[in-house]
Design a protein around this ligand. Structure first.
Ligand SMILES: CC(C)(COP(=O)(O)OP(=O)(O)OC[C@H]1O[C@@H](n2cnc3c(N)ncnc32)[C@H](O)[C@@H]1OP(=O)(O)O)[C@@H](O)C(=O)NCCC(=O)NCCS
Length: 182
């Protein structure tokens, strides 16, 4: 990798301390933004694309082998705009936090947005541009705004590979990319 990019990455991330980072993780894009990184936890072999925008105020826990495409937004807090004792408009100083949990081997498509309090189940797939405001069950494929289930991935196949614990890791020779018509 270009030495200049490495230096810039070092400067940008030298003070970013995640709660936990497993082995084989890739998240250091210069265009990404991680707020309250000390409440963000990454499992092993997590890949986060460029332009990520994560707010960890309420906690974000990401499992093993999760692949997050570029420009995904994850919020774990929102504003207090509608309580009986509201003190300012359009919202007051109170931050409402709710943890986001993303289980093992989830794939999140480009420009998806994950809202506070959501849990995304093991092996789920989030379509590009989806707005996920509710929990997603294991193996579900969800698309759209608000995100809805359109199908499930093959559970048996997933579980077989899951037991073998062989993740897709970018740049590893045994998983060299191969292109074929859908
Ligand atoms: C979600 C996704 C994986 C589904 O792929 P698939 O299994 O081949 O799904 P299909 O093409 O059969 O689509 C199923 C239905 O969902 C719709 N759909 C698929 N992706 C959608 C999306 N991102 N947003 C809205 N609707 C979508 C299709 O139009 C289809 O609708 P229909 O049943 O009414 O005809 C894929 O469409 C997607 O969004 N991939 C993300 C691409 C990406 O971000 N790449 C970055 C690389 S990391």
């Amino acid at each position: 990798m270009n030495i200049l990019i490495k230096i810039l990455q070092y400067l940008k991330y030298r003070k970013t301390k995640f709660f936990k980072v497993g082995y084989g993780c890739n998240f250091k894009a210069l265009t990404s933004n991680f707020i309250k990184a000390n409440k963000i936890s990454l499992g092993n072999n997590v890949w986060i694309g460029k332009g990520a925008d994560f707010d960890g105020a309420g906690g974000i826990e990401i499992g093993n082998g999760v692949i997050i495409a570029p420009e995904v937004v994850i919020y774990s807090r929102t504003h207090n705009f509608n309580s009986q004792d509201l003190q300012a408009l359009p919202f007051d100083h109170i931050m409402l936090t709710a943890k986001v949990t993303i289980k093992d081997y989830v794939w999140i498509g480009r420009r998806a947005m994950i809202m506070p309090g959501v849990t995304i189940g093991k092996g789920a797939v989030i379509g590009g541009g989806a707005i996920v405001a509710k929990d997603v069950p294991d193996y579900a494929v969800v698309v759209g705004n608000p995100a809805k289930i359109v199908k499930y991935r093959d559970k048996e196949n997933f579980e077989k590979l899951y037991q073998e614990k062989e993740p897709f890791v970018y740049n590893k020779v045994q998983h060299k990319k191969e292109y074929k018509q859908k």
